[in-house]
Design a binder for this molecule. Structure first.
Ligand code: HEM
Length: 354
């Protein structure tokens, strides 16, 4: 199936607005805020040139791999604290005690908001992510997502007030985004809300699932776990292997820009297709022995962080593709996830940016 390089056939604009199209008209009419939110352009809901414009601004406001890297000591400190908390018990509920708390705490630091807001983000993310992974989400799930969007708008209004009052960190990513609204870098209000929504929930379940999937996979491969304990230098490669072997985010919806034949089937413009990340990561025509979990695999092998937009001139040759697939994925996203995946052994992840 020829999908690997054909990024130009697919669109991210409005890709989630269609998730309510199976509902009868009377139910769709109950979801105006949901529809508007997902029809708006935003970081993961735009194609070039809008995606390029918004992404460039996010990088300018402080989400470069280098800036994310500076969080590493802080992240290691949070992990140490979380482990200290349970050490005396001699056991822990890894997902609840570590995998959920870690990414949400780091996100608060990145955005420059109090850690107590992490609970708000978790509630928003659970509802906004609840409909992903389902082809025909129920009206209840969609209404819950709509409620979360309304709460997100309220949260941003409060946050904007806090910044005006000087009671919030102007130098966090959120503070810089709000400040830019007074300049020529301003996003439209819809773009701002949509993009901040992505930043609030990006890395939430993905990071949690990476920790959970990593633990599960290592438990199933005790000899590799032992090798990792014997040689911590293997940790970065092990995380890369877990990302590819049990990818946290399993699929991405895209809209077809034009009619296209895919796998012998004629598909029409406007239809939703899914990039199956897990299937791509186990594609034997691209990866050697993909069903084997091998933390010492010599080269990067995965598309766990997605497939970025590329122009024809940027496309790698098939030979270099296998070696460089990770570089084409979201570099800021990869940087933030790998910062939460440092030698402390904490990492994370399932669905990321929605
Ligand atoms: C293991 C953890 C993670 C995985 C597997 C993951 C996966 C992904 C994937 C597949 C995409 C592409 C989405 C698409 O094509 O529609 C993406 C985009 C993105 N992720 Fe993550 N992510 C992770 C962690 C994070 C973290 C911790 C953050 C931030 C705190 C983050 C922020 C973003 C952002 C901002 C984008 C949009 C990038 C762009 O469109 O330019 N991710 N991620």
């Amino acid at each position: 199936m020829q999908t690997y390089l054909d990024v130009a056939h697919y669109s991210n604009e409005g890709r989630l607005a269609g998730t309510m199209s199976h509902l009868p008209q009377e139910d769709r009419a109950k979801l105006p805020v949901f529809a508007d939110f997902y029809l708006a352009k935003g970081l993961v809901h735009a194609d070039p040139p809008d995606h390029t414009r918004i992404r460039r601004l996010i990088l300018k406001w402080g989400f470069t791999p280098g800036q994310v890297e500076t969080l590493r000591p802080r992240i290691e400190g949070i992990v140490a604290q979380l482990i200290d908390r349970v050490e005396a018990d001699g056991q822990m509920e890894v997902i609840e005690d570590l995998a959920f708390v870690l990414p949400v705490t780091v996100r608060c630091d990145l955005l420059g908001v109090p850690h107590s807001d992490g609970l708000i983000f978790r509630g928003l993310a659970d509802r906004l992510l609840g409909l992903l992974g389902r082809n025909r989400p129920s009206l209840e799930l969609l209404l819950a997502a709509q409620e979360a969007i309304l709460e997100l708008r309220e949260y941003l209004a409060v946050q904007s007030k806090r910044l005006e009052d000087g009671t919030s960190d102007e130098d966090g990513l959120l503070g810089r985004m709000f400040a830019a609204q007074q300049t020529s870098d301003a996003l439209s209000e819809d773009e701002l809300v949509n993009t901040i929504g992505t930043l609030l929930i990006a890395g939430h379940e993905t990071t949690t699932s990476l920790v959970g999937n990593g633990l599960y996979t290592l438990l199933r491969h005790p000899e590799q776990w032992q090798a990792l304990k014997d040689d911590p230098a293997l940790i970065p490669g092990a995380i890369e292997e877990i990302l590819g072997f049990e990818s946290p985010l399993t699929r991405q919806p895209r809209l077809l820009k034009g009619d296209v034949e895919l796998g012998g089937r004629q598909l029409r413009a406007g239809e939703t297709v899914f990039q199956m990340i897990n299937a791509a990561n186990r594609d034997p025509t691209h990866f050697d022995d993909p069903e084997t979990f091998d933390i010492e695999r010599p080269s990067s092998r995965n598309l766990a962080f997605g497939q970025a937009f590329t122009s024809a001139s940027e496309r790698p040759s098939p030979a270099s593709r296998r070696r460089s697939s990770s570089r084409r994925s979201s570099s800021a996203c990869r940087a933030s996830a790998s910062s939460t995946s440092g030698p402390t052994g904490s990492s994370a992840s399932r669905r990321c940016a929605s």
